[in-house]
Design a binder for this molecule. Structure first.
Ligand code: FES
Length: 292
């Protein structure tokens, strides 16, 4: 099957994608660590959706039109499309680097292959644009310029395939709660720690709710509860830190409001499922998911 062969080809690149990915990852973490507002902007926190996924269709569509314009012999339209496509590629790449900063393991290796292919395609398109100048609208573009853009499109398509693999196969930037039902039935809650019949105050406590794990934070008489699995990449919030009215994930530092699971800062772009907790007349507690 073609997909299995392609996976073997991608995995065979690990000798260089792993060290290069680790190096780029360290730099991006350092860079975005100093500019978290820029990371949140590029990653799409304000949109509640990964921005890179929204932007990538734009250059692919425009750059396909370069081939169409070249076939039609409209060299001026092809040059304009190429220039706009290059700008759109740069915009998509910036958003992609914000995603890349928090990839781990296999997803980081694949993302390294994806971004390398995209950088090579971008260099090819830039060369193709240079080869078209000065643009003479009455003449078709040179064969070298046309073939450079065709080869660049093939590399771009290969890069897009690998990028799709990072999301659809490896689940990078997919909400960890994508398939969680919205059930609102009250279920018995089993906190991992109870002292003198009470949940300890002011620190995250793990609790079992049926098949789900929650994190509880007691504030006086109120018990706040979120799903324990961080929506970003699955970090355990019960091992995180309480920061004011929020809890910070221990893996990549996303913060969620304890009262309702609303995302406060990335790299997550998703809210966290929140639960309401009440004491049972017979003792102990029960909880159910809050309706969003
Ligand atoms: S797993 Fe990445 S921020 Fe929680």
């Amino acid at each position: 099957m073609l997909a299995r062969w392609l996976i073997r080809v991608m995995d065979a690149q690990g000798g260089w994608t792993k060290p290069l990915g680790d190096l780029v990852h360290r730099f991006l973490n350092w860079f975005f660590g100093r500019l978290p507002w820029l990371r949140d902007l590029l990653i799409g926190r304000w949109l509640g959706h990964p921005l890179h996924a929204v932007l990538t269709d734009v250059p692919i569509g425009i750059l396909f039109m370069v081939i169409v314009f070249d076939v039609l012999g409209t060299s001026s339209a092809a040059a304009w499309a190429l220039a706009v496509g290059i700008l759109a590629m740069v915009g998509a790449a910036l958003a992609g680097f914000a995603d890349y900063a928090d990839t781990d393991g296999k997803a980081r290796e694949r993302a390294t292959l994806h971004s390398t292919l995209m950088v090579v395609a971008l260099a090819g398109y830039s060369l193709s644009l240079l080869l078209r100048f000065p643009v003479d609208a009455s003449q078709p573009a040179s064969a070298a310029a046309v073939w450079t853009s065709i080869v660049s499109f093939l590399i771009l398509s290969a890069g897009a395939y690998v990028g799709g693999d990072v999301v659809y196969v490896l689940g990078n930037m997919v909400s960890r709660h994508a398939f969680r039902g919205a059930g609102t039935k009250w279920i018995a809650l089993e906190p991992a720690e109870v002292v003198d019949g009470a949940i300890p105050e002011g620190k995250p406590i793990r609790a079992k709710l049926g098949i789900n794990q929650l994190v509880l934070v007691r504030q006086g008489e109120t018990i706040l509860a979120l799903h324990d699995t961080c929506a970003h990449a699955g970090g355990p919030l019960s091992e995180g830190t309480i920061v004011g009215a929020t809890i910070q994930c221990p893996w990549h530092a996303s913060r969620y409001e304890l009262a309702n699971g609303h995302l406060v800062s990335g790299p997550s772009v998703y809210d966290q499922p929140a639960y309401e907790v009440r004491a049972k007349d017979s003792g102990g507690w029960e909880a159910r998911r809050k309706v969003a």
